[in-house]
Structures are given as C-alpha cells and as structure tokens.
Design a protein around this ligand. Sequence first.
Ligand code: C5P
Length: 403
Amino acid sequence: MTTKQLFGKRIVLGVGGSIAAYKAILLLRRLTDLGADVEVVMTASARQFITPLTFQTLSGHPVHTDLFATDDNMTHLRLAETADLILVSPATANLIGRFAQGLADDLLSTLILASHAPLLLVPAMDGGMWQHPLVQQNVKTLRETGVEVLDPEFGTLASGHIGWGRFPSEETIMSSIISLLTMPGDYHNEVLLITAGPTHEAIDPVRYITNRSSGKMGYALAQSAQKRGAQVTFITGPTSLTPPPGVHTISVSTAEEMQDEVHKHFARATVVIMAAAVADYRLTHPAETKLKKQGQKHLSLALSLTPDIVGNLAAKKTGQFMVGFAAETENLIEEATRKLKEKGLDMIVANDVTQPDAGFGSDTNAAIVLDAHGIVEDMPLMPKRGMAMKILDLIRVCLDNRQ
Ligand code: C5P
C-alpha cells in the first residue's frame, strides 16, 4: 500500500453546521496527505463555526458555499459529475433529514441529488437527537437507498452529557473512506449465497418457535458483498429489515423452506455464508387448528430436529467456500471448532452472545473467526456493517490463496 493511497481520487467534502466542523479540518488534512483532491462545500450553518479560508488553504481550492454563485457556473453539476466520493462530515440531524427527503435547497443538497458518487455521512449531534425516532427513520431511509451512514460513538458529547452521538474516531472515518474509494470490486467473479435471520417453526396456525436473531449481520454481509461486485442470492428468514437494494432476496419462514432454497441455489454459488440462526427443533406434528387451553396446567410439545442445512451440503460441495456462524453462551472456541469440523465448514465466525452489545439484535458485534488451523482473527466490538467488510476481506484472502 503506497502512502498516496488516494492519489487521483476526487472527494467533495460537505461540511455541516456542528461544533464537530473543526474535525473536518483534520480529515481534510489526512485526505490530502493521502493524495486525494478535495473540494469543500460548506453549508450556511457550517460557516457560523469555521471560516471558509481554513478549508481553502488546506484544500488548495476555493470553498463552495453558494448554489447561485455567478463566478463558477453550474458548480453543483461539475462537482457532482467528477466526484469519486461525497463525504458529509459532520452531518447534522437537519442535513440527514433533508437528504432523506430528497430536498435540494442549497449547494450541498443539490449536488448530492445530482451525483451518482457514493455518499458517506458522518453524523454528529447530541445523543437525544440521534436516538429520536424521526432521525433514526431518516437514517434508515438513507441506508436503504445505499447511502453509507456511520454510527456515532458512545462518549462525552459537546453538551457535557454522556451518550451516543459522539463524532466517530478519525480512524473509523478514514477506514470507511478508504474502503469506499478503493472498494476493489474484488467479488466480481463470485456468486454468493447468504442466509440470514431466524426461522419460524409453527406450533399451530397462530404460534411458532423462534430465536432472537434480528438478521442484521446477514443483511450487512449481503449488502457489503453486493457493493464489492458479487452476485448475491440472499435467503432470509422473517425479519423487520428491508432487503438490501440490488440483491436477489428470497424470503422463507421455516428451516425446511430455507434448506429447499439453499439447495436450489447452491450449485451456482462460489461462496456460501450461513449467517441464519436456524431453529434446531420444530414441532413433530404442528397442530392444524389453534391449540386450546382446556384447563390443563402443563403442555408438552414433541419436537424433532430440523435438517442441518449446512451440514447436509457437505457431500454436495464442488469447491464452494463455506462459512458458518456460531452464537454461543459458553465454551466459544471449543463449540465453534466442533461445528467447523462437524459441518464441513472452511471458516466459522463465533460470537459470545452474552457479551453486551454483541450478537442478537444489536447493531454491533464482536467475534472470533476460526478455520481448520485455529483462530484467524479476533474482532473487537464494531458495527455489524464494518464486521461484514472484515469477514469478506478474510474470505477474499482464503479464495486468493486457493487459486
Ligand atoms: O445453530 P448452530 O449453532 O448449530 O449453527 C451453526 C451454523 O450452522 C450456522 O452457520 C447456521 O446457519 C447453520 N445451521 C444450519 N442448519 C441448522 C442449524 C444451523 O445450517 N439446522
């Protein structure tokens, strides 16, 4: 990796009106040090915090502030067409809301709508604002349309309060920028089959057995693989998440339905990632009508094992790289190693779901990745989307070593 890793890359840095605007100066410095050509667009509120002259001096370009400037005709179109990345840092709750609504009432919002370049938002706001359902809804809308929105971090805020909303670390932001700009398309020749979410096993027409899987890890993997050029078939159990744009998504309910779909698509796949938390047991005889209480104090249900989807694929393998997940509450490494062997996997991602903020339902995860030789990587707590990228990096290395 050269020190001028971003040489030739054109970045539009949009600066919003937050006290974190000063951190954009440090980012600009890092980006130009890596060889990027950065043009800065400041919103009117950003100029209340910092003067354009600082950005102009460091970027070597005039700073753009006005959609209707007469000296540089059609600035928004030129910037929109030539940018390799639009980075908005800091992105305030107001900017996030306006982008999510598709508004174009100043230079920054207009050029964002006019551009096909990837868009990366680095939110900075008070924790209460970040957690407001309307802000969360806007973030969700943006993410569903393919916009990368970093998660703020936990810590002391400008208000003196402690909570979520802290500007992400410079390292986190830089690694997202670098990965977006150098996103290698390194999965162009790969066909990925990814499963996600829980399964529902019927007890009767109104009740079912399931588990706490939210599907977030599998969804992050599908989206990241697609962004890296893979053709993705995504088989998901019931979740509340929206399918990643551009991904061929198949919704299933039970372990058996998931197995049927996985089998249908297995032969074409080059990489299979089983992130689904498949129910291990189902009712031997689900009731056809709703079970009634009828006064009895206890109810016993006869359960049978569901098919081991990934285990059953072992005999059908024609070179597919197989990755499984192991969510454990004890003996993490031993359990994961056993599953790796028993299920004929090439790699397993093991996480301790008793750890706070890791595993089921959370947006973050911590995991240990193992292969037949032992531990490959110990991944600390990080957003699931970042972890998805790291898992894909590890798989890529294995695929390259096999060739
Ligand atoms: O549930 P368990 O911890 O055994 O899951 C380990 C791996 O096996 C996961 O990748 C999961 O998707 C997969 N699995 C499966 N079929 C099952 C149960 C789990 O393919 N019936």
